[in-house]
Ligand binder design. Structure first.
Ligand code: DON
Length: 309
């Protein structure tokens, strides 16, 4: 058992923490700039309990792009795959997460995948509900089911900070609306999207979400299917091909775990049939991934033989 052997985890975290000094906290969303760049935490969940946790595990953080995995699962539940993939593609981009370039160059104009901002905005636009509050409430309920933690909500300060500064995402929305890729008001969508990105938890909660995905959508305690198998598979496949943005190829080789990062420094990992992993380390590399978190995952993968390949 992986978790019977974690005596050296504190050493692994302290070695990985050294890399935080080579990274930088995201500050294009001003409230994220307040994070302590030295923080690093990991939790691993094996279905029976948190079998391993180390570092600044008490820290909470907002999901940012990690939420794209959850909004995709919910939109697939609400609409079915056929409809969702009329509005968003299935291919990696090789571009930065907020790039607009391919929306213009590809005909017909459609975001290449749901893990880049354009694709995630199109997906969030498909979440069912009467209005922003209802849609966000449904997403939060879904997250409560996945984590078993009903106190999870969004961080208002971070949501407002992004809402007030998200001109690039607004530009993506206006472009897509002109081409029929999103419906309704751009401000309403930005309101929902920024609140979705500001959903806040700790790395233990995140590891539980990873475990349900790893366990083919089934809750380990109740044995209830929270995510149908075919949706869990779609989501994990996107995590492999696009989850770490334009670093996904190298990550698959070095780590080999379906994973999704966010600019707050969170990384969600799902080791099929084995483990959920939650990481937090807000110092980022130039592609927007947690610099020490990536290093930590690389070490954990080789130490515990976690690569799926
Ligand atoms: O839309 C944005 O720019 C942020 N709310 C999320 C971006 C993000 O996390 C990309 N991650 N690497």
């Amino acid at each position: 058992m992986i978790c019977d052997n974690f005596d050296d985890i504190y050493e692994i975290v302290s070695q990985a923490r050294k890399y935080t000094k080579d990274g930088k906290v995201a500050d294009y969303i001003p409230a994220l700039g307040e994070a302590d760049p030295n923080n690093l935490a990991v939790a691993m969940f094996d279905g029976n309990g948190t079998c391993l946790s180390a570092g600044n595990v008490e820290e909470t953080f907002t999901l940012q792009s990690v939420s794209k995995v959850l909004s995709l699962a919910l939109a697939l539940l609400d609409n079915g795959a056929e409809k969702v993939f009329t509005r968003v593609g299935m291919e990696p981009t090789g571009d930065p997460f907020n790039s607009i370039a391919k929306l213009e160059s590809l005909k017909p104009s459609k975001p290449l995948n749901p893990m880049i901002n354009a694709g995630a905005l199109a997906v969030t636009n498909m979440i069912a509900g009467a209005g922003t509050e209802d849609k966000l409430g449904r997403l939060l309920e879904f997250i409560h089911d996945l984590t078993g933690n009903t106190s999870i909500t969004y961080n208002e300060k971070v949501a407002t900070s992004e809402f007030e500064t998200a001109d690039l995402n607004r530009a993506l929305c206006y472009f897509m609306r002109q081409h029929g890729g999103i419906d309704g008001g751009v401000e309403e969508l930005m309101d929902l999207y920024t609140k979705q990105c500001a959903i806040e938890m700790d790395c233990e909660d995140l590891s539980k979400i990873g475990y349900v995905l790893a366990n083919e959508g089934v809750d380990p305690v109740s044995q209830r299917e929270i995510i149908p198998l075919h949706i869990a598979r779609i989501v994990k496949t996107f995590m492999v091909t696009c989850g770490m943005y334009n670093a996904s190829g190298e990550f698959a080789i070095r780590v080999g775990i379906p994973a999704k990062s966010g600019v707050s420094g969170g990384i969600l990992g799902a080791v099929p049939h084995k483990l959920g992993i939650g990481i937090y380390g807000p110092a980022l590399d130039e592609k927007g991934n947690s610099i020490a978190g990536m290093k930590l995952l690389e070490t954990l993968s080789s130490r515990f033989d976690l690569s799926m390949f």
